[in-house]
Design a protein around this ligand. Structure first.
Ligand code: 13P
Length: 251
């Protein structure tokens, strides 16, 4: 059966020292409970090695927020999937809408990144989601379908099974405007059905599909209660240990 996951995405926040403090606090608070979900911390690259050392790996995994679409070489400023893997990170967030919008990441580029992540035994947390105008034009299902088909549907069933999906409607990210529980469930069920049609029931039932976008302590319980919502990818509310803990304990 699929795993429930609560993953924090720190984005470009926290100095190294602040990040270590936050990881320590999350680690001690998660250590005091028996979480009913996998906990992941998505930190900036420079934090990963220290955060990996700080947390109890039996309860908390670490994710990078990106990796390069090239193997190695003269790509100044880039960080490869093999470098990420060598830090001890187990996951990599790919296709976040901020990467798509501000750094020009297309479905084709994200296909390359996904392949390199999998080759290096990193589990992609692959983000998909529509912008507000696409929802208002009622093409949000088409957009999400295209994102998944163009970046992921070349994978074998075995490789696809290693992916975690995160549905993040762009209009809900950092806006305080969460998708309603019904909107989240409707899209998650659509995504799962799409996976059924390509890979069959078994693969689809084992894929975790997370919700992201203004998910917080007040709305997590209702969102996570949906049959096709298997956890959350949390931005702002992952930057304070108590807020993040409240989401973890929503399961
Ligand atoms: P917020 O939780 O801050 O809306 O961000 C969501 C997100 O983008 C997680 O990747």
């Amino acid at each position: 059966m699929r795993q429930n996951i609560v993953a924090g995405n720190w984005k470009m926040n926290k100095t190294l020292q602040e990040g270590i403090e936050l990881a320590k606090e999350v680690n001690s608070k998660v250590g005091a409970i028996t979480p009913k979900c996998k906990v992941v911390l998505g930190t900036p690259f420079v934090h990963i090695t220290e955060v990996v050392k700080t947390v109890d790996a039996s309860k908390i995994s670490v994710a990078a927020q990106n990796c390069a679409d090239k193997v190695s070489g003269a790509y100044t400023g880039e960080v490869s999937a093999s470098m990420v893997k060598s830090t001890g990170a187990q996951y990599v967030i790919l296709g976040h809408s901020e990467r798509r919008a501000y750094y020009g990441e297309t479905n084709a580029i994200l296909k390359e990144k996904t392949d390199l992540a999998l080759t290096n035994e990193l589990k992609p947390i692959f983000c998909i989601g529509e912008v507000l105008s696409e929802r208002e034009s009622n093409i949000h299902f088409d957009i999400v379908k295209q994102q998944i088909e163009e970046s992921l549907f070349h994978l074998s069933a075995g490789d696809f099974s290693k992916i975690v999906l995160a549905y993040e409607p762009v209009w809900a990210i950092g806006t305080g405007k969460t998708a309603s529980s019904d909107q989240a469930q409707e899209m998650h069920a659509f995504i799962r059905q799409l996976i059924v049609s390509k890979y069959g029931e078994e693969v689809a039932n084992n894929i975790s599909i997370l919700y992201g976008g203004s998910c917080n302590a007040a709305n997590a319980k209702e969102l996570f209660a949906n049959p096709d919502v298997d956890g959350g990818l949390i931005g702002g509310a992952s930057l304070k240990a108590d807020d993040f803990l409240a989401i973890i304990t929503a399961f």
